[in-house]
Design a protein around this ligand. Structure first.
Ligand code: PLP
Length: 374
């Protein structure tokens, strides 16, 4: 039995997505910027994909810009805003993805910016009151806070935080990589200026994503060249990947409630089974009780047996993460777990689920863990 519980890192492609992409690769190889019939066919595919994505977000097609994935989307929005505006005050959190933290660190080498990291509790919750205080006296700021954390699944009250940003005129980017296609992400009702997506987290292809940018906002492009994406992102569009991403999001949004319930039940079953088998294990963030239904993070005290747990699960055909994909291969705890738990000697596993997992897989995984830790 081979089990894949690392869906927050990447997901298997849905058959319909593969079929859609293969068909575009075979039939529609034209450059969407070419004006002949081959180019026009490819253009129609790109624009249909934009329409589909916009519908899923309750947005306008002109508010969607294609990128090579989540990291490029984040870098584009942050740099595109900070490097060309007089804004120097940034509010974020140390629990953000490295795409945010390292991008801001890099900008600091070129421009004086004051970065305020909002405090969080031991579970990773951030009180919106702290945001209000941080923005007080700053008529223009940039706020970057993720919708759900990719390691703990903690969900932030983005709508409430967005309302605070709107009151003070701050630009608000929310990293929705882990939530788009899993819970409703409707930027207008969430009071955000920008959200981003990475297709490979929702059964779409790697290396493609998009930015939603409210039509009331403008950004300077990160990548310069041709006039693609209305001068916002130069470079020939990855037509098959864009078509695949739109198909993946369409499928995810059509059945969002069904998948939510199914995946929530898998996670609840895992929480109960792990809790019964290993009462000394700690669920990180809010992942043991609520949090995003697809992510469960659990820490074990470091022992000879737990130290090798991720490796031994892999030997037994079970793929889990030791933190996040970005830190895999490193024995160090991830920056998120270190922020929440300090430098304690712990072994952390992240289980992340998709609609392709089954209750039998959950049961089998916990049985293997019981054997490994006996
Ligand atoms: N933001 C979050 C929360 C993520 O989980 C990831 C990927 O793990 C990214 C951004 C980066 O996305 P991509 O892999 O498309 O560059």
């Amino acid at each position: 039995m081979k089990i894949y519980f690392d869906n927050a890192a990447s997901t298997p492609l849905t058959t319909e997505v593969i079929e859609e992409m293969c068909s575009v690769m075979k039939e529609n190889f034209g450059n969407p910027s070419s004006i002949h019939a081959f180019g026009r066919e490819a253009r129609v595919i790109v624009e249909n994909a934009r329409d589909t994505i916009a519908k899923c977000l309750g947005a306008m097609p002109s508010e969607i810009f294609f990128t090579s994935g989540g990291t490029e989307a984040i870098n584009t929005v942050i740099r595109g805003y900070l490097m060309t505006s007089p804004v120097t005050h940034v509010v974020t959190s140390r629990l953000e993805h490295y795409a945010v933290l390292n991008c801001l660190e890099d900008i600091q080498k070129e421009k004086h910016i004051q970065i305020e990291y909002l405090p969080h509790d031991s579970k990773g919750n951030i009180d919106p009151g702290y945001l209000e205080t941080a923005l007080d006296g700053h008529p223009r700021s940039m706020v970057i806070l993720m919708h759900a954390n990719n390691e703990t699944g903690n969900i932030l009250p983005i709508r409430e935080m967005g309302a605070i940003c709107q009151k003070t005129g701050a630009f608000f980017l929310s990293d929705t990589v882990q939530t788009i296609g899993k819970v409703a992400v409707l930027p207008k009702s969430m009071n955000v200026d920008s959200v981003i997506c990475s297709a490979h987290k929702l059964h779409g292809p790697k290396g493609t994503g998009f930015i939603y940018l409210s039509r009331s906002k403008k950004l300077h492009p990160l990548i310069h060249g041709g006039s693609q994406e209305r001068n916002m992102r130069a470079g020939t569009e990855n037509v098959p990947a864009i078509a695949g991403m739109a198909k993946a999001l369409e499928i995810a949004c059509a059945d969002i409630d069904v998948h939510f319930l199914y995946i929530s039940n898998l996670k609840t079953s895992m929480v109960h089974r792990l809790g019964n088998a290993f009462p000394y294990a700690e669920f990180n963030g809010n992942s043991g009780d609520n949090g995003l239904h697809s992510i469960l993070s659990v820490s074990f005290p470091m022992t000879d047996k737990t130290e090798m747990l991720q490796y031994n699960l892999d030997i037994n055909g079970i793929a889990v993460s030791g933190g996040s994909a970005c830190t895999s291969g490193s024995a160090k705890p991830s920056h998120v777990i270190s922020e929440l738990k300090g430098e304690k000697d712990l072994v952390t596993l992240r289980f992340s689920f998709s609609k392709f997992n089954t209750p039998d897989e959950v049961e089998h995984c916990v049985n293997v863990m019981k054997r490994l830790l006996a």
